[in-house]
Design a protein around this ligand. Structure first.
Ligand code: CMP
Length: 241
């Protein structure tokens, strides 16, 4: 695997637009304009083609990334090249903080699943920002806490639930990560491949197919091509969590 398709551009080339974007990112939302301008000046904007490898598991972590546009998947792979998707992140999300904070290697690989534009901040600049602006550290902790809650719920689902419960949990996770709400329904525009869903749910492709058909028959979800629609998100969640 190689890191392909990245082009670089200093974010300061369009300071106003960059400041607007950075202010909308939850971990930077409480920063004063002067601090914000500093981040924008030290950051670099990078564009990636769909399918590009952005980070590789086991590399040394040198930077944090914020997603300006597009979607990425966070994956772990085993020695046979099989992969499991841990999460899918989109606009305004960040990644790459773990190895920056603990000094160990990257905990997972990150791959662009659409074309993506990212804002990269070098390790030393981000660490300095955490020291200078406590609200960034608090927002970062809040987001990491949410990720831990999600991971706890994945562990519970994988260890305690039957196949239908595990598949439902994966669908709910994807709805949270990449779904859009329309009148009480949640639409997941590009459902990952059945093999990806199987790896996430700790089951087989055949089981995914069987359970999704059962969900369709019971009226919980609908499929249009690879778009999934959860008819009543709250009801579906209450049945399976
Ligand atoms: P880092 O270990 O530096 O590089 C890989 C990144 O993937 C990691 O930082 C996190 O930002 C992100 N990551 C790892 N595990 C998860 C997870 N379970 N949910 C969301 N993001 C994750």
């Amino acid at each position: 695997m190689t890191t392909t398709g990245a082009t670089h551009q200093p974010l300061s080339s369009d300071l106003g637009e960059a400041m607007e974007f950075i202010r909308n990112v939850p971990i930077f939302s409480d920063i004063e304009s002067a601090e914000l301008a500093k981040i924008v000046r030290v950051g670099v904007r990078k564009k990636y083609k769909k399918g590009s490898i952005i980070l590789l598991e086991e590399e040394t972590g040198a930077a944090l990334f914020v997603i300006i546009s597009g979607k990425v998947k966070i994956v772990r792979t085993d020695d046979d090249g099989r992969e499991v998707i841990l999460s899918i992140l989109g606009e305004n999300d960040f990644f790459g903080e773990m190895s920056i904070l603990d000094g160990l290697s990257r905990s997972a690989s990150v791959v662009a699943i659409t074309k993506a534009e990212l804002f990269m901040i070098h390790r030393r600049d981000f660490l300095k920002l955490l020291q200078d602006v406590p609200s960034v550290a608090v927002s970062l902790l809040r987001e990491l806490t949410m990720r831990l809650r999600k991971a706890d719920s994945q562990i519970k689902s994988l260890s305690l639930k039957d196949a239908a419960g595990r598949v439902a949990n994966v669908i709910l996770q994807l709805a949270d990560d990449i779904g859009t709400i329309r009148k009480g329904r949640v639409e997941i525009d590009e459902l990952p491949l059945q093999q990806d869903l199987a790896n996430m749910a700790g089951t087989s492709r055949e089981t995914i197919s069987r359970v999704v058909h059962m969900f369709i028959k019971k009226g919980h979800v609908d499929m249009h091509g690879n778009k999934m629609i959860i008819q009543d998100y709250e009801k579906f969640k209450s049945l399976f969590t």
